[in-house]
Design a protein around this ligand. Structure first.
Ligand code: PLP
Length: 413
C-alpha cells in the first residue's frame, strides 16, 4: 500500500537539494566555526553564506538574521528576550510609559502556537499583563480590537501570520502599517515603541514574508515546515530591537544565541528558505516559483474539498476559505469522532491529523477551535488535512475516495 501523506503542516520531508547541500558539513567540512584554523574558517564561511542568502531573500541586513535551534526557541527569544531587556534597561524606557515596577503589557491572540502562548504565560506569572485578542467565526482577529487594547505600557504585539491548525491568515501587513503610525505618535509623546513580532512558520511557504514589506521587527521561521531539517530555526531581528539572549555562553549569533552553531542544519535551513521563496522551488516542485506552487496546491486543495462536500453534506470547514493558506483544510464531520477517523484513515494509508502536532501525542482539545466558538463535541469531530509541494493529483483523487468511503462507513446512520 502506497501511503499518502496529508500532514504537511506538521512537518515536511527534506528536499533532495537541501539534503545535498547539508551532507558535506557532517563529515568532510566538520570544523567548529569558532576555530581559527582552516577547518573553522570553512565552517564559518558556510554560516556566513547561509545568513547572507536569507538576508538577501528577506531584503534585510546580514546581522538581522539569527539562527536558533527551532521556531519554538525563536518565539521564546522574541518574547522573553524583549521583555527581559526592557525590564533591565531603564535607559530604554521613558518614565511616563512604565510604572516603577517595570510591568509591561503585551498583545497577542488566542490562536497562537504553544511556543508563543507558554512564554506569554510565564510573563504573566512574573506580573506582566497579556491581552489575548479573540477571533471571529472565520478565525480572524479584528484590527479594531487590537487598536483598542493598546496601552501606554504596551511593548510588544505578537501575532501568528498563518495559523497552524486552521490555516487562516492574519492581516500582518495592515497591522504593521497601523503600528508605524502609532509608534510615530508614541515617539512624540515619549512613550516606548511597540515592537511587532510574527510567527511566520506556516506562512513562509506561501506568503510574502519580507520584514520591511510587513513592517515587522521580529519574524520567526522554522526549517522543517519548509522542506528543511528539523531542529533548526531562525529569527529576523530588526536592527536596534533590544533583545536579551535566553541562551548565554560563547556569544555566537551576535551574542543572541550561544552554543556551537549547527552548521549542516543552518546550511540546510538557508537552502530551504531559498527554495521556498525563490523561483526554483526545489526538487519536487517542477521548477515552479512560490506563486505557481501555491496555485498548484490550491487547485488540488479545492478539488479535494469539493469532492468531500459533494459526498458528505454534513462536512463543514472550520475557518475562512478565502483568507486561508492554500494547503489547509480543517473539516468537521458531524457525529464522527476525529480520533476514530484518523486511526481508520491511517490504516487505509492516509495520514491526517487532529490539529497541532506539537502539543502531544494525545488528541487534546484545540484552543484554536475553541477560540472560534466550537463546542467540545465539534472540536472532537474536526480533522486537519494539509497538502504540500510533493502532493500529486493522483494522491488527492485517491485520498478523496478513501476519505469519503471511510466517513460514510463510520458516520452515525
Ligand atoms: N509556530 C508554528 C505556527 C508552528 O506550526 C510550529 C510547529 O508546529 C512552531 C511554531 C514550532 O516550530 P518548531 O517545531 O521549529 O519548534
Amino acid at each position: 500500500m502506497k501511503r499518502i501523506y496529508l500532514d504537511y503542516a506538521a512537518t515536511t520531508p527534506v528536499d533532495e537539494e537541501v539534503l545535498k547541500e547539508m551532507l558535506p558539513y557532517f563529515k568532510n567540512k566538520f570544523g567548529n566555526p569558532s576555530s581559527v584554523h582552516s577547518f573553522g574558517q570553512e565552517a564559518i564561511a558556510a554560516i556566513d553564506k547561509s545568513r547572507e542568502k536569507i538576508a538577501k531573500l528577506f531584503s534585510c541586513d546580514f546581522s538581522e538574521i539569527i539562527f536558533t535551534g527551532s521556531a519554538t526557541e525563536s518565539n521564546n527569544l522574541a518574547i522573553k528576550g524583549l521583555t527581559a531587556n526592557l525590564s533591565y534597561r531603564k535607559d530604554l524606557r521613558s518614565a511616563g510609559s512604565v510604572g516603577a515596577d517595570s510591568k509591561f503589557h503585551i498583545i497577542s491572540t488566542k490562536i497562537e502556537h504553544e511556543s508563543v502562548l507558554e512564554p506569554l504565560k510565564e510573563l504573566e506569572r512574573a506580573g506582566h499583563e497579556v491581552t489575548y485578542l479573540p477571533i471571529d467565526e472565520d478565525g480572524l482577529i479584528k484590527i479594531s480590537d487590537l487598536e483598542k487594547s493598546i496601552k501606554d505600557n504596551t511593548i510588544l504585539i505578537s501575532i501568528i501570520y498563518a495559523n497552524n491548525e486552521i490555516g487562516t491568515i492574519q492581516p500582518i501587513k495592515e497591522i504593521g502599517k497601523l503600528l508605524e503610525k502609532i509608534n510615530k505618535k508614541r515617539q512624540e509623546t515619549g512613550l516606548l515603541k511597540i515592537y511587532f513580532h510574527t510567527d511566520a512558520v506556516q506562512a513562509l511557504n506561501y506568503l510574502e514574508c519580507r520584514p520591511d514589506w510587513l513592517k515587522i521587527d521580529l519574524l520567526t521561521f522554522s526549517g522543517h515546515k519548509i522542506y528543511g531539517p528539523k531542529g533548526v530555526g531562525g529569527i529576523y531581528v530588526r536592527k536596534n530591537t533590544p533583545l536579551l539572549p535566553i541562551i548565554s555562553g560563547g556569544g555566537q549569533e551576535f551574542g543572541l544565541r550561544s552554543g556551537t552553531e549547527n552548521v549542516p542544519y543552518i546550511v540546510g535551513l538557508a537552502k530551504a528558505v531559498e527554495l521556498a521563496i525563490s523561483a526554483k522551488g526545489g526538487s519536487a516542485s517542477g521548477g515552479k516559483n512560490r506563486e505557481k506552487r501555491s496555485e498548484y496546491i490550491l487547485d488540488l486543495r479545492n478539488k479535494l474539498w469539493k469532492n468531500i462536500i459533494k459526498y458528505n453534506k454534513g462536512a463543514k470547514l472550520n475557518g475562512s476559505l478565502s483568507s486561508r493558506l492554500p494547503n489547509n483544510l480543517n473539516i468537521r464531520f458531524a457525529g464522527l469522532s476525529n480520533e476514530m477517523l484518523i486511526v481508520a484513515l491511517d490504516q487505509a494509508g492516509i495520514a491526517v491529523s487532529a490539529g497541532s502536532a506539537c502539543s502531544s501525542r494525545a488528541l487534546a482539545v484545540s484552543h484554536v477551535l475553541k477560540a472560534m466558538g466550537l463546542t467540545s463535541k465539534q472540536m472532537r469531530e474536526s480533522v486537519r488535512i494539509t497538502l504540500g509541494k510533493n502532493t500529486t493529483k493522483e494522491e488527492i483523487k485517491k485520498a478523496a475516495e478513501i476519505i469519503n468511503k471511510i466517513v460514510k462507513k463510520l458516520s452515525p446512520k
